[in-house]
Design a protein around this ligand. Structure first.
Ligand SMILES: [Zn+2]
Length: 403
């Protein structure tokens, strides 16, 4: 594995963290008023059709019968297969409003609220709204699309679902893709266990390509182009129990070598299984540094490589005079690779001082709401200034510069 690849892997990891800081958990979609009225729109018939589809989610043939044509029949059958393979529970499909007329006399586009929960993994249901095209006066469905922006992966088409200990992977693509990511997910979960015990189950969503990833996340075009994977709320909401999954950008992750790809997956798995998304009180140097500590723990590479960017920065600009601030992690702040390596080195400084268990305890306590300074004093006998000093010593030694 080359140094360049290590760098690119960690850069991917980073941007992820930047999004964690609050970027990607986006705004809730608000239904627009209908643009035009359609004479065909019949909410009562549409509601009955949606109820029939919901009841048919364990019966692909019955779901297909609700399709307006062959293509939509195939799609609805695929959605039913997805729901069964994913063991979706608490599924509801509610008609909200019409959004406009379609070409035909007896069809129209409507907005449908969808909720669902992956049984055994999600603690609560995710909710979003999707655009559904009705036909035949509302008795059939001609298509499902993103309402405005977001379209959940399980509603996009046929998925391959894999289950491994502690994780579930859903992939739009060939079975080999799902197999590959299932293996990574299994390793990622296994890597978290020594430090974290049995955490929440990990769900990994693997869209077909970068474009589909953006649609699944309801993200602006290009927002995730340089990001290998992101841990984010499934429906974009920040409600405390809102399900959080790992979303993969195959356009980036598939280009990494085996070790780098695993580092990305394990880093994200740490965020996901510890409920780090939305833990607003935990400083990002701890959230990101700890994730990299776990992800890089079993990687057999010298720190001259894995910390190359921060070493270079210390040689050029001298030692940092404070711990990384959350605002440093904002997207577009620049030098994110350096920043993440720095945060990782803070975690290594703590692990050197107190061991892995003390570091994991600190992480847990702070995530659960303890003050960082208090937890640091309790677990390590350090003030934040002591930690800063020890981190600086460690960086100085790595970079070969005087303290
Ligand atoms: Zn991260």
């Amino acid at each position: 594995m080359t140094r360049r690849v290590v760098t690119s892997a960690l850069t991917g990891v980073l941007s992820v963290g930047a999004l964690l800081a609050g970027g990607c958990s986006g705004d809730e979609y608000v239904a627009p008023p209908p643009a035009t009225r359609s004479d065909a729109a019949d909410p009562t018939v549409a509601t009955a059709t949606l109820a029939a589809l919901r009841d048919a989610l364990d019966d692909p043939g019955a779901a297909a019968d609700l399709g307006a044509d062959d293509e939509s029949a195939d799609l609805l059958a695929a959605l039913a297969r997805n729901a069964t393979a994913l063991r979706l529970e608490d599924v509801s499909l509610g008609y909200v409003t019409e959004t406009g007329a379609t070409d035909g006399d007896d069809g129209w586009d409507g907005l449908v609220s969808v909720s669902w929960r992956v049984d055994g993994f999600d603690r609560a249901a995710a909710r979003t709204e999707v655009a559904v095209s009705f036909d035949d006066g509302g008795r059939t469905i001609a298509g499902v699309a993103a309402a405005e922006r977001r379209l959940p992966l399980w509603l996009t088409g046929p998925l391959v679902v894999r289950r491994v200990p502690g994780a579930l992977v859903m992939a739009a693509g060939e079975p080999e893709v799902a197999d590959r990511y299932a293996e990574r997910a299994a390793r990622a979960v296994a890597a978290t266990r020594p430090l974290l015990g049995r955490g929440d189950g990990l769900v990994v969503e693997v869209p077909e390509d970068g474009e589909q990833l953006h649609r699944v996340l309801g993200a602006d075009r290009g927002a995730y182009d340089s990001i290998a994977a992101v841990t984010a709320p499934v429906d974009g909401t920040t409600a405390p129990r809102s399900p959080v999954h790992v979303f993969v950008n195959r356009a980036v992750l598939d280009g990494l070598d085996r070790v780098a790809a695993q580092v990305v997956m394990t880093h994200e798995a740490v965020h996901a299984v510890t409920g780090a998304v939305g833990a607003r009180n935990a400083p990002l140097w701890l959230v990101e540094g700890f994730a990299d500590h776990v992800a890089l723990r079993d990687v057999d590479l010298p720190e001259s490589r894995t910390a190359a960017q921060v070493i270079r920065q210390v040689k050029r600009d001298g030692l940092p005079d404070r711990l990384p601030a959350d605002s440093d992690f904002s997207p577009g702040a620049g030098h994110l690779g350096t920043l993440y390596e720095g945060a990782w080195q803070v975690a290594e400084t703590l692990a050197d001082r107190g061991g892995d268990d003390a570091l994991a305890t600190l992480y847990r306590e702070v995530l659960d709401g303890a003050g960082t300074a208090d937890a640091l004093r309790r677990g390590f006998g350090w003030s934040e200034d002591d930690l800063l000093a020890a981190w600086r010593s460690r960086l100085a030694a790595l970079a070969g510069v005087p303290e």
